[in-house]
Write a protein that binds this ligand. Structure first.
Ligand SMILES: [Zn+2]
Length: 138
């Protein structure tokens, strides 16, 4: 745990949070700046910045709980869909340096959207896909 981490403060009980799940590995609480009604954060008890910094068991518990809560917000809040989102690293919009999974319930006209780069509609050549895959596999 670190002194500077707001999630660790919550886990220590030094900052308030509204919990919707707690077990020995992860907790889940309401986001104080929700993108939509019922926006939840699933947070491992262990402090680790990136998804790859937690062990597989902890990461899978976080995703399992996120999956369960996604079903709950559909049933209890009437969400029509759910986005699970991980901001893994600052360039990926990580704002709190403690790995977490966002559970973002979706409703008609909720104002949340994704912005794609200008070249998104331009198909990538098979050769380029093969080159990228080779880099991943090397
Ligand atoms: Zn932390």
């Amino acid at each position: 745990m670190t002194d500077q981490c707001v999630f660790c403060e919550i886990l220590r009980g030094d900052s308030p949070a509204t919990f919707v799940h707690q077990d020995d590995t992860v907790v889940a609480f309401m986001d104080i700046q929700p993108i939509s009604k019922g926006h939840i954060l699933v947070v491992p008890r262990e402090h680790a910045v990136l998804m790859s910094d937690v062990n597989e068991t902890t990461a899978m518990r976080a995703f399992r709980v996120a999956r369960e809560l996604a079903a709950v917000v559909r049933e209890k809040l009437g969400a029509g869909g759910v986005n699970l989102f991980v901001a893994d690293g600052e360039i990926a919009f990580q704002d709190v340096p403690h790995f977490h999974v966002h559970v973002i319930p979706r409703y008609p006209n909720d104002g949340f959207s994704l912005t794609f780069p200008p070249d998104y509609n331009k198909p990538t050549s098979r050769a380029e896909l093969e080159a990228i895959a080779s880099a991943i596999l090397s």
